[in-house]
Design a protein. Sequence first.
Length: 83
Amino acid sequence: MKLLRKTVIVVLMISILIILLLPNRTPKIEGENSVAIIEKIKLGGLEQAILVRGKDISNPVLLFCMEDLVILRYHLLVNMKKS
């Protein structure tokens, strides 16, 4: 039982390390005008990662932003301390 527990812990730790060390990626979409990218941008003063995928790059991107109350409170506190 102890050997099984240790094995599970080691496998989980190795899995977490692999996930953390691999770069973010998205599979390519087949087609001439397709787009599949991950970009880091600043939204609301915070660095965010966005994923854009589509079959035709000429179509517009709809960016839906929904701010969590916890993040909003943190952002307000940080800005209050700066001023």
